[in-house]
Design a protein around this ligand. Structure first.
Ligand code: UDP
Length: 405
């Protein structure tokens, strides 16, 4: 990828501006740290963001902490609890978290001028702050609008030691004694996940997964996670299917830092097995082109999440001018403006009703999809995200000085 490849989407001046900002960071090392190189939105974004920063001449790198199953079981509980789900977190869980964090504190080399820590798994690395003059950012990708107070209090101890915290949506802002920045995630229009595809490629992927293009296809792309409510999608689909001949695709993979996904996948398979119109596809990591093709082949794209950090899949669908039905959680309402760039729905019946509305009004569906693409072009492409990050890095490095472009 080259930075100038984005000019057709966002114009030359936007790209020029990125170059000017990047110059102010020359010689600085930005070290990103998360907990997995594959699976989920964070890995998705870092996989694009880090090379693009490099393209702009910034030495950005990406490391992942290590942890065993026990550790990821605990951090998954944290994740669920931050999303507001009730979780029993024992003292033993906390000691597992602390032990693995201690190992990572000993093993992870902190070489960056800016240490950019993503989500709770590596959060305790902040205990090494103070060993050198580094700036520390905690980037929260989770919907923390209503977190379990115990888990939030536990993590807060670490968060307050960071120089700044970044959240994805205004409703996630917290009472914190450190500065907070709101930066929405983004998608990359020239990645394999989002680039234009030929009809031939799309049909090849459909054939591979035994799907037909002769009936409307309703799709949800998501990791198999309770919070994505795949069973709710099946229930909504079954209601739609009573009056409209269509097929459902639930496609997703598992993430190495999510121990629950196998259980959810078997539950979904069990629930779907009697209905030949429901296709549950387990997609291996790095299947970006296939996901792109499935999204492009879809008539309606659903994101029926119960909680959502941002919901990159929504922007991915809108960018492909697809009509979207999604729940109004997390960052989704930033992307889906009801009846303008898609439909927001509540519950199984509401979702079924919205899908039916779109399937029976193709002109309306097309209009929503077109508006959606323009909304993403203006707000959720990686160039906007890059600019926000560059400004944040510059502010951290240069204190409160005004930035002149
Ligand atoms: N994704 C993927 N393979 C899958 C499931 C999802 O590549 O099997 C991608 C999806 O296209 C999106 C990201 O992973 O880019 C998921 O991000 P999102 O914000 O929607 O949800 P998260 O998984 O972070 O909760």
């Amino acid at each position: 990828m080259r930075i100038e490849d984005y000019e057709p989407f966002v114009g030359r001046s936007t790209v020029e501006e990125l170059r000017l900002l990047a110059e102010k960071l020359s010689g600085k090392v930005i070290q990103n740290i998360n907990s997995t190189f594959t699976g989920g939105g964070v890995a998705e974004i870092l996989g694009r963001m880090v090379p693009l920063l490099n393209q702009l001449g910034i030495d950005a790198r990406w490391d992942a902490i290590k942890g065993g199953n026990e550790f990821f079981n605990v951090t998954k509980k944290f994740h669920n609890a931050l999303h507001g789900r009730r979780e029993e977190i024992s003292d033993h869980d906390i000691s597992i978290f602390m032990e693995t964090s201690k190992k990572n504190l000993a093993e992870v080399s902190l070489y960056g001028d800016i240490i950019f820590v993503h989500d709770p798994q590596p959060i305790a690395l902040i205990e090494k702050k103070g060993e050198a003059d580094k700036k520390w950012i905690w980037r929260c990708h989770i919907d923390v609008s209503n977190p379990d107070p115990r888990v939030w209090e536990f993590l807060r101890r670490f968060i307050v030691a960071y120089d700044t915290a970044v959240f994805s949506a205004p409703s996630f802002a917290q009472e914190l004694p450190i500065s907070q920045v709101l930066i929405s995630p983004s998608i990359d229009p020239i990645s394999e996940k989002n680039m234009e595809l030929s009809q031939e490629t799309i049909e090849g992927v459909l054939r591979k997964y035994g799907l037909t293009s002769d009936k409307p296809m309703i799709t949800q792309i998501s990791r198999f996670d309770y919070l994505k409510d795949p069973v709710g999608v099946i229930e909504a689909f079954e209601m739609v299917r009573k009056s409209i001949d269509c097929q459902l695709v639930l496609a997703g993979g598992t993430a190495t830092d999510d121990p629950e996904s196998d259980k959810v996948l078997s539950l979904v398979r069990e629930r779907a097995k009697k209905n030949p119109d429901i296709h549950v596809l387990l997609i291996p990591p790095s299947s970006d082109l296939e996901i792109n093709a499935l999204q492009r082949a879809s008539t309606v794209i659903v994101q029926k999440s119960i909680k959502e950090g941002f919901g990159l899949t929504v922007s991915e669908a809108l960018w492909k001018s697809k009509p979207v039905v999604a729940t109004a959680v997390g960052g989704i309402p930033l992307q889906v403006k009801h009846k303008v760039t898609g439909l927001l729905s509540h519950g199984v019946e509401g979702t079924a009703y919205a899908i039916k509305q779109l399937l029976s009004n193709p002109d309306y569906a097309r209009r929503l999809g077109e508006n959606g693409r323009e909304h993403v072009r203006q707000n959720f492409l990686i160039t906007r995200h890059l600019k926000d990050y560059l400004l944040l890095f510059i502010t951290l490095e240069h204190g409160e000085d005004v930035i002149y472009l």
